[in-house]
Design a protein around this ligand. Structure first.
Ligand SMILES: Cc1cc2nc3c(=O)[nH]c(=O)nc-3n(C[C@H](O)[C@H](O)[C@H](O)COP(=O)(O)O)c2cc1C
Length: 413
């Protein structure tokens, strides 16, 4: 980076010196001969000179995200999309915190060059960072005393959490505090997104506070005087994963569902195992108006072990009547065999968050029974994505209304 800066500086200096020499020669020739000198065309075109200078002075904003299931990434990309349109002369980047730097030294090296940054950070486990934010988090908040070294940085944090958890939005709060302690300037209050309610509304509300602050930092005098109105609110759709669907001939023999065999060495979200419930107890007394169930799973026949802090995901199945209703609405036979892909046929990635296909090739019946959430309300971003594909204008209008601020009450019903 230092090397690149040096090249840019040397190039700009060389161009300016060259330009000055040409001008001073022209003056002395004109004095002597009384004739105006025919100037050869300048070797470095003006546009190139402007580009070099622009690069040097261009304002830059970096948007970081720490995500497990893509929501933080979607919000980061939504802010990026809207900001790009509002501030055309500014360079915006969206960065996965894990990809930002290879080690602690590189994190330090790069972060001290950032001037404006936003952090979208989800909290998991028992107040833990997401996998892709863990390295950054440990280095930034738990490492050696770093002192006040980020005075050049203006920042905002939006946390993604859920009020059902004890450590609500812990990671965002800790990073927000650590940024201030290390000298950075918080330009707006931390946003605390709550996935137990309408986290997209939390994001929208916080985003509206971002623009006046960015106007102060990014708009130059020309822009401030411009009469064209700023691009209005661009709704957030970037969190909707895009998949390529492929239909296949049915497999001749029914395939063994390997995802549910217990004889694996490693079990993960794609390869769960079956286990029986060994103990079930209600923790609240009959006087309480709440309910909390204590469950113990028998994992003795699996190769799993459990440590405090590990979490258990439970795969539930939809009831057959709900599945049949969904099949009827989709209009495809239950035995339609298909797969979802996150890349194009030539292997290039599709847009949207960088997630894995959500389930292996299977029939529509199995996808709807085991993998689809058929009973929760769709997220607002999903409604907008559906609106973009709906063919009936009444449906388009209705979907957009439900996703809008005006439709908030109706959406919540
Ligand atoms: C297994 C699990 C553990 C979670 N733990 C916490 C937590 O400790 N504190 C919190 O505020 N939210 C917690 N959440 C909520 C997530 O942070 C929230 O759903 C967030 O929107 C996920 O963002 P992502 O899609 O970018 O990963 C947890 C969610 C899951 C599924």
């Amino acid at each position: 980076m230092l090397f690149e800066n040096l090249i840019i500086l040397t190039t700009s200096a060389a161009v300016l010196v060259g330009f000055f020499i040409v001008l001073s020669r022209r003056r002395s020739y004109e004095k002597k001969s009384g004739k105006a000198l025919e100037l050869p065309s300048i070797v470095v075109p003006k546009r190139q000179l402007e580009q070099v200078l622009d690069e040097k002075t261009k304002k830059k904003v970096t948007i970081f995200y720490g995500t497990q299931t893509g929501t933080a990434e979607g919000f980061a990309k939504a802010l990026y999309e809207e900001a790009k349109v509002r501030y055309e002369k500014v360079e915006f980047k969206v960065i996965d915190l894990d990809d930002y730097a290879a080690d602690d030294d590189e994190y330090a090296e790069k972060l001290k060059k950032e001037t404006i940054s936003f952090f979208f950070l989800a909290t998991y486990g028992d107040g833990e960072p997401t996998d892709n934010a863990a390295r950054f988090y440990r280095w930034f908040t738990e490492g050696d005393e770093k002192g006040v070294w980020l005075k050049q940085l203006q920042y905002g944090v939006f946390g993604l959490g859920n009020t059902q958890y004890e450590h609500f939005n812990k990671i965002a709060k800790v990073v927000d505090d650590a940024l201030t302690t290390q000298g950075a300037n918080r330009i707006l209050p931390i946003g605390l997104g709550d996935d137990d309610h309408l986290i997209e509304d939390d994001f929208d509300t916080w985003k509206e506070l971002v623009w006046p602050e960015l106007d102060l930092l990014l708009r130059d005098e020309d822009d401030k005087n411009a009469t064209t109105p700023y691009t209005p609110y661009t709704p957030y759709t970037a969190a909707i994963p895009e998949y390529r669907v492929m239909f296949h001939d049915k497999p001749r023999a029914p395939t063994l569902d390997r995802s549910l065999t217990n004889r694996r060495d490693v079990h993960d979200a794609q390869h769960p195992c079956r286990s029986n419930v060994a103990v079930k107890k209600e923790l609240h007394t009959p006087q309480s108006d709440r309910s909390c169930t204590h469950l113990e799973f028998d994992i003795s026949h699996t190769r799993l072990s459990y440590e405090t802090g590990d979490h258990v995901g439970v795969y539930c199945e939809n009831q057959i009547e709900i599945v049949e209703e969904a099949e009827r609405l989709i209009g495809l036979p239950a035995d339609t065999y298909f797969s979802l892909h996150t890349d194009n046929e030539d292997g290039t990635p599709l847009g949207g968050p960088s997630l894995q296909p959500p389930f292996p090739p299977c029939t529509l019946r199995k996808a709807l029974t085991k993998y689809a959430d058929l009973l929760s309300s769709p997220k607002k971003s999903t409604l907008l994505a559906l609106a973009a594909h709906a063919s009936d204008p009444t449906d388009v209008e209705r979907l957009r209304f439900l996703a809008s601020r005006a439709g908030k009450d109706e959406y919540a019903k």
